[in-house]
Ligand binder design. Structure first.
Ligand code: FAD
Ligand code: DLZ
Ligand code: SF4
Length: 508
């Protein structure tokens, strides 16, 4: 028997991967490949490419140490065909493999492509479930079936019961499932600010940085300083530092934003979890232990665990149950092109300049920056949601379509018309002013509602609601907002519309 070719993708860097468990070290061979096609289907941030390639190279070494035979194709290998399909075909032929083993990919387009390989390769292609997630596709569909609305909170409770995380028998610890009411405090600049662990690049990573510098100079983002961990050990150390320094206040300041503070009390672990360097369940068990040991309060532990076993699993369920149609979602029929400042950070709006600026530097922004600054602005300004989706997929180190798309099209743009969120996350400047100190350093005045000096979020908010009334009016959660609009003097409403028109005309 010639043995199988086991394909390990760039975001499958986990020793417990189903394809590795199914494979046989003695007989089968692993293929890992850096391919141009995966780097440019959206033009990923330089730091994201460097992170993945460096982590892939380290993982290949880890697999070799564990006794596997690994073929690793670097991007600039002269025989590299540039596509995953091309590399698989090349090595199936060279090794005379009798089958291909692969864990299902995280993106629909690749799943579709892999579906064609059996025919083109002339050998069996076995796609295995990705057991790194808590809920299988079937479990999610069973849960979703017959429900009028899919809401994360109820799904999350199922995952709490399933894992036993923060449970006392069948009851949630502390008597409540969700402690968000204690969260959402604005931060102040005099707090002790933790910093994520910075890992110095080793020789392997420095080679990758060199390669990225040469091949991806025209991609968005700064390559250096490069400080992400690129091994399981490194990611675990970064996570331990987060647990010790930041987790205790994660809940309190989860929604806060501060100028000059890129990470606040966030984990900066999404990139490690999504690439497979950290196991999501192990991470949650560690956080539960920190709570049980009295090191962190319940609102922090519960809030963090909910993001992972709740939101993370929920959005994946939505993605796979709604694709491929989900990708076309555009509830408001928004068509405006993404403004250039999303690529340059050159805007007078201080909140957007800060969020996009740090995205450029670090391939990172935290959830509220993504949702309530860049996301909120794009929705209010009527930007084509597909362009918004491609931007998020390209610029963040933790972005893969299964998690990015529902967060962007569903949560942040409401382009899916309410599949994921019960109402649009639309807000005027007041929200940003309450949760951040950005407005203090802004040329616009957050207190002014209309006119050239006014904060653009203020008039764009009302213009968005008025413009999309037909698409939103039936939403009971928006009833009070529309009643406020209806009570306004026509002159005031017109001033909102005029300010919005004048502002948006600069982007047409
Ligand atoms: P923390 O705030 O420390 O949270 C811990 C972990 O919880 C995260 O690492 C992540 O694994 C998980 N998590 C938190 N919120 C979510 C969520 N809404 N959906 C899924 N997982 C969540 N997350 C991604 O992993 N990849 C993406 O491409 C992505 N795109 C997003 C796009 C938009 C428009 C929005 C609004 C959110 C997006 N998110 C995405 C969710 C969230 O913003 C990131 O997971 C988080 O900012 C990552 O930083 P962190 O590790 O410091 O997270
Ligand atoms: C994101 C990415 C990039 C930039 N490059 C590669 C690569 O060269 N080789 C590879 O196997 N995977 C890469 N990836 C991750 C894939 O895009 C990812 O596996 C799919 O999008 C499915 O989630
Ligand atoms: Fe952003 Fe408006 Fe505040 Fe300026 S005033 S930082 S545009 S919310």
């Amino acid at each position: 028997m010639a043995g199988a070719l086991v394909l390990v993708l760039g975001d499958q860097l986990s020793p417990a991967l189903s394809a590795l468990e199914k494979g046989d070290k003695e007989r089968d061979r692993i293929l890992m490949a850096e391919v141009a096609a995966e780097t440019v289907y959206v033009r990923h941030h330089k730091k994201k490419i460097a992170f993945l390639f460096a982590a892939m190279r380290h993982f290949a070494d880890e697999l070799r140490s564990a006794g596997w035979t690994v073929e690793y194709v670097p991007l600039d290998h002269p025989d590299n065909s540039g596509t995953l399909g091309g590399e698989v075909a090349r090595f199936v032929a060279a090794w005379e493999s009798d089958r291909v083993l692969v864990t299902e990919p995280g993106e629909w387009r690749l799943q579709e492509e892999i579906g064609t390989w059996e025919k083109s390769l002339g050998c069996e292609v076995v796609t295995l479930p990705d057991s790194r997630f808590l809920a299988s596709h079937e479990e999610f569909s069973d849960w979703a079936e017959g429900r009028k609305q899919l809401r994360m909170e109820y799904f999350y409770r199922e995952m709490r019961r399933k894992t036993g995380l923060l449970m006392e028998g069948d009851k949630p610890l502390g008597g409540k499932w969700n402690f968000d009411a204690e969260n959402r405090k604005p931060a102040s600049a005099d707090l002790f600010m933790p910093e994520p662990l910075r890992t110095a690049p080793d020789v392997i990573t420095r080679d990758v940085l060199d390669l990225v510098r040469r091949h991806f100079a025209d991609h968005f983002g700064d390559l250096e300083p490069f400080w992400f961990a690129v091994t399981r050990k490194g990611a675990e150390a970064a996570f331990e530092q987060f647990v010790a320094d930041a987790l205790p206040r994660f809940g309190d300041f989860q929604d806060a934003m501060l100028a000059g503070e890129k990470f606040l009390f966030h984990g900066v672990v999404g990139l490690y979890i999504n690439a497979g360097l950290l196991d999501p369940l192990a991470v949650c068990r560690r956080v539960e232990r920190a709570y049980l040991d009295g090191d962190v309060p319940l609102n922090a532990a519960e809030g963090f665990i909910r993001q992972i076993i709740g939101w993370r699993e929920f959005v994946r369920g939505i993605y796979w149950s709604k694709m491929p149609d989900y990708a076309q979602s555009n509830h408001f029929g928004a068509e405006r092109a993404l403004p250039d400042f999303y690529w340059t950070a050159e805007t007078d709006m201080a909140c957007l300049a800060a969020t996009i600026g740090q995205t450029k530097e670090e391939a990172y922004a935290h959830h509220i920056q993504r949702l309530m600054v860049t996301g909120n602005f794009a929705m209010l300004a009527g930007i084509d949601p597909h362009q918004v989706h491609e931007w998020y997929l390209a610029v963040y180190a933790d972005a893969y379509e299964w998690v990015e798309m529902p967060n962007t099209l569903g949560m942040s743009q409401y382009a899916d018309g309410g599949v994921l969120a019960s109402k649009p996350y639309a807000a005027g400047g007041n929200y940003i002013n309450r949760m951040s100190d950005y407005c203090r350093g802004c040329r616009f005045d957050v207190k002014k509602k209309t006119g050239k000096a006014a904060c653009p979020f203020n008039y764009l908010y009302w213009d968005f609601l008025a413009r999309n009334r037909d698409a939103l009016d039936g939403n009971p959660r928006l009833g009070p907002v529309y009643r406020t609009w209806d009570r306004m003097a026509e002159e005031k409403r017109q001033a909102y519309r005029d300010s919005a028109e004048a502002f948006l005309s600069c982007f047409d």
